[in-house]
Ligand binder design. Structure first.
Ligand code: HEM
Ligand code: NAG
Ligand code: NAG
Length: 259
């Protein structure tokens, strides 16, 4: 049993380090204070892509959260989005982009990884926080209250989720133009800049100031006519296709750090 035994662990450890991406670069959220609103978020930031998503919850989580998307635009073009799980197929997704003047956002649900995920409607709505929302040709910041956006059937139940940096969420970023960008049903091109999972710390995302910050939100955004009902039978963790290790498949942000 002894021959060469000592070499195997070294190789195994090397492969393990590579396959888990644990080369000192963790895709996790950390505390971030939005300078425009003072809202304190747990934020994932991809240093390579420039994509950011932050989340804040009430001390006693409900089905709502405050979210913030920040990402670069390519001469006004592109879109960024979040997923309630590390997957694309099944859970509630949101994408946001610029129509040239303002931020347009849209709830989506993907049935596959081939087609533009259609716009969906359900017992959830988004209320933009104008003070924390801005867009120009090179950068988009979208701060919002997402009401009714959390729950087991949507993909993430904050009261059943793990503690610490243990809750898998997902991100995606494209720098290609959205077709028909003035409509929330606009057609999204593949997220060519990158996509993947990150670990959100929903314990530290709980903030006593949540209700004060939520009161900054304006009226809900109406979706486009023709939005499909969200399919709650596909949105829960049952819809996850065993992708707990989706970090391995990340693209576009291999060099992310955790700032
Ligand atoms: C035309 C639109 C889209 C296309 C063609 C598309 C296609 C794909 C493909 C092919 C993958 C697998 C990549 C891999 O194996 O590494 C993927 C993954 C992913 N996509 Fe999309 N996607 C689209 C829109 C979206 C949107 C709108 C979101 C979120 C707002 C999203 C979020 C994700 C996430 C988080 C992953 C990683 C997890 C996984 O592999 O399932 N995608 N997408
Ligand atoms: C666009 O907005 C970003 C973020 O607010 C800012 O850093 C940048 O200077 C702006 N660009 C222009 C040309 O105003
Ligand atoms: C729908 O959302 C509202 C507001 O967040 C919540 O009070 C209600 O319980 C939700 N209903 C269902 C069926 O999830």
């Amino acid at each position: 049993m002894a021959p060469n035994h000592s070499r195997v662990p070294a190789i195994t450890l090397t492969l393990l380090a590579l396959s888990t991406g644990s080369l000192g670069q963790k895709k996790v959220t950390n505390e971030f204070t939005d300078p425009a609103t003072g809202i304190v978020l747990q934020r994932f930031f991809g240093a390579k892509s420039g994509y950011g998503f932050g989340i804040a919850l009430p001390t006693n989580p409900t089905n709502s959260f405050i979210g913030q998307l920040t990402f670069p635009l390519n001469n006004g073009a592109g879109w960024g989005g979040w997923s309630l799980t590390g997957d694309m197929e099944g859970p509630l997704l949101m994408a946001a982009w610029s129509d040239g003047t303002s931020v347009v956002s849209s709830f989506r649900q993907a049935a596959n990884e081939k087609d533009n995920p259609p716009e969906v409607a359900g017992n959830f709505s988004v209320k933009p926080i104008a003070k924390g929302t801005s867009v120009n040709n090179t950068f988009l910041t979208y701060t919002f209250l997402c009401e009714g956006c959390l729950g087991a059937q949507l993909g993430l139940d904050p009261n059943a989720a793990g503690t610490g940096k243990g809750v898998e969420m997902g991100w995606a970023l494209s720098d290609k133009p959205v077709q028909n960008p003035g409509s929330s049903a606009g057609v999204l091109a593949f997220h060519n800049i990158g996509e993947g999972g990150f670990k959100a710390d929903l314990t530290l995302a709980k903030r006593p100031e949540f209700d004060t910050w939520a009161a900054l939100a304006g009226p809900p955004v109406a979706g486009a006519a023709g939005a499909k009902p969200f399919d709650t039978t596909k949105g829960g963790s049952g819809g996850d296709s065993g992708d707990e290790d989706s970090d391995d498949e990340d693209s576009g942000d291999e060099s992310d750090d955790d700032d």
